[in-house]
Design a protein around this ligand. Sequence first.
Ligand code: HAM
Length: 417
Amino acid sequence: MVELRHPPGTFDVLPAASGPWQIVLSTFSRVVAGAGYGLILTPTFEDIGVFQRIGESTDVVRKEMYDFLDKGERHVALRPEQTASVVRAYIEHRPVTPWKAWYAGSQFRFERPQAGRYREFHQLGIEAFGSADADLDVEVVALGWEFYRALGVNRLELLLNSLGDASCRPAYRQLLVAYLKSHRQELCDEHAHRIEENPLRVLDCKRPQCRSVVAGAPRQIDHLCDDCAAHFNRVEEGLRALSIPFTIQPLLVRGLDYYTRTTFEYAGTGLESAQNALGGGGRYDGLVAAMGGPDTPAVGFALGVERILLALEADAVTLPPVAPLDAFVVDFAGGAQARDLTARLRAAGFRVDRGFDGRSPKSQFKAADRSGARLALIIGPDEAAEGTVGIKDLHEGGEQASVSSGEIVDEVARRLG
Ligand code: HAM
């Protein structure tokens, strides 16, 4: 029979290794819920049209989407990112603004798998709708920063840029196209032929030919209209007021096309450049309208969980363990007493696991140790006959004591303090 394995670019996280995932998620929900963001769940797949609006000329849409016709002949795609899904939900349900949502979930991109780059990966994100206030950009950027700090990611750099808006971007675009055309021969093959289609993509190209042309290219940040410049100044001022250090990166255009004004990325400076984008986001004041909704400014970010874990590893940060078990019931008396004791302890609010199948005491004690439980509660034939339970502290060692079955819940509570 063919050996069944996980698909390339995906992975399993087994319970023993999922502790950090839980901590990352709970830290994130604590930080963003504390600023008024509510959890949103959207479908993993959507009509392909939802995602086409994020940029027909981006790699994410052109090359990386998992799209297919379903059995009802609908053209759908697994979400490559969640901003478009949240915008679709916003337009469909029209909640009162300002509207703030956070999400956590799988995203799918058909990329070449490598360290920190997967085909199914996990993002944590926030999106805020209905305010054009630059202070909201600052709030969003600061929440990501605070979250990384709360986890212990210390080697972190915040890169900041402004991509202008509908009033200043077109003129800048013309300038950029003219400049790139005058250097067409020097650009990489892919971009030499795609200048008009999306000149900003060239700024993002990692190939050395493009990089040297781009070094002399006009920069949007030097061609902002008064409103965009004032907005950007206010964002800078807000970040300074919060003592969040940032570097202005005029070439930061991000890989998706919906951004206006503020764009930003969190770079993990302890990681190699191919995987150091820990997360990013920005304003997308035109996307809601482009997807058929009312004119609604919005701003948000998404952070890659796999990248966060890599950054924590690079910084040798060990996250606190998820709460371990309080007790493990070791049973070699037939199971009935263990079943009832486990139920009583769980009903009293303790975290309890137990042995099954009447396995040997040795294997059950090993399981108890592996579980991390503080106490072993032992029921052998003698205890079952006497109506007692053996109790032993697995962390502190010491002798096994005997407690009557009626007093065991209180004794567990006493020992756990
Ligand atoms: P993005 O930059 O495409 O933005 O993705 C955000 C983060 O997801 C990246 O910085 C990276 O950490 C992680 N990521 C992306 N692709 C992969 C991959 N193949 N494997 C592992 N991690 C990956 C967005 O998705 C936007 N929706 C962000 C946003 C929200 N903008 C406004 N609101």
